[in-house]
Ligand binder design. Structure first.
Ligand code: PMP
Length: 312
């Protein structure tokens, strides 16, 4: 296959059947391998949609500037899209987030501005809005922009349904909530049970906001576009459970996934064990390679040795 342009590689990612999970024999679990996108995550789909819609509306034009608060994957997706349209990109990223993601944003041409970790994503959002006034820039603001869930409504769900026509349960993590909301909107009318995943330290299940090592998911406030009617269940996953499945999939199935994917799989296992048969589909947003400097290998090895989880 010869590809003329990197943008042709966004989407149409493979769906892998996970064969070694501790689930009933007649329950199949599939993971959408979003690390196969050219920017290495599910957010390439978002980057291109945010920029194309903004250009259509006249919010930004080639030669203009976009500023976005992001933990990194959205920034990489936006950097690809901005490069295509000749737009300058500045991202505002709390300093704790993966150095690999920050380095890749810079390599793709973005300027990365760091905000203090203690101020969280709220601090990054506030700083992005200030900077946008200075630079006369457009801020897509993925956390409240309906173009975010819309990026996934048709395309991602069509890809899933093409490979698995009957999806009994759909499971996805929520950071902005865009991926879950977009796909749940398409699948809900088909009778699919839709399950959202968050780390301990996120508030969807009524918990207190707090720190967690799982990166990419977890919210400080309920995402404005995530309608409660789209949510059939919420699983709140510990760091240990997520890192356990990062190690499990690496060692048992040769798959190098990030911690938000590990959390999604932990939730799939909980859902699978409530069924006797059926099909569960989840999104695996990115790869373990993105988190080497965050110590993902040590965390995963540690969780794997923990006998409580290995006996499950
Ligand atoms: N996993 C990872 C690794 C991510 O970067 C993100 C986006 N922050 C998500 C999951 C969650 O995606 P969404 O923002 O669409 O909820």
């Amino acid at each position: 296959m010869i590809v003329r342009d990197v943008y042709e590689l966004i989407g149409n990612t493979p769906l892998i059947e996970l064969r070694t999970l501790p689930v009933p024999a007649n329950v199949k679990v599939y993971g959408k391998l979003e690390m196969m996108n050219p920017g290495g995550s599910v957010k390439d789909r978002l980057g291109i949609n945010l920029i194309e819609r903004a250009i259509e509306r006249g919010d930004v034009a080639p030669g203009g500037t976009v500023i976005e608060p992001t933990a990194g994957n959205t920034g990489i997706g936006l950097a690809l899209a901005c490069q295509r349209f000749g737009i300058r990109l500045m991202t505002v990223t709390p300093e704790k987030f993966s150095q690999e993601k920050q380095a890749l944003m810079r390599l793709l041409g973005a300027t990365v501005v760091n905000t203090p970790t203690e101020l969280g994503m709220k601090g990054a959002i506030a700083h992005a809005i200030e900077l946008a006034k200075e630079h006369d820039a457009y801020v897509p603001e993925q956390f409240s922009n309906p173009d975010n869930p819309d990026a996934y409504v048709d395309i991602l769900s069509h890809e899933l349904l093409k490979d698995v026509p009957q999806i009994d349960v759909f499971v996805a993590g929520a950071g902005s909530g865009g991926t879950f909301t977009g796909v749940a909107k398409s699948l809900k009318p088909l009778g699919t049970k839709t399950v959202v995943v968050e780390p301990v330290g996120s508030i969807l299940n009524g918990g207190e906001p707090g720190p967690h090592k799982i990166e990419g998911i977890g919210v400080e406030k309920w995402p404005p576009f995530l309608k409660r009617a789209y949510v059939d269940a919420i699983h709140t996953i510990t760091d240990e459970e997520a890192f356990y499945y990062v190690a499990h999939l690496a060692k048992q199935e040769g798959l190098l996934i990030g911690s938000s994917s590990g959390a999604a799989i932990a939730a799939c296992v909980k859902e699978a064990n409530q069924l006797t048969e059926g099909t569960i589909v989840t999104i695996l947003p990115d790869s373990a390679e993105r988190y080497l400097s965050q110590g993902i290998v040590k965390e995963a090895e540690h969780a794997y040795k923990d006998s409580t989880h290995s006996r499950r």
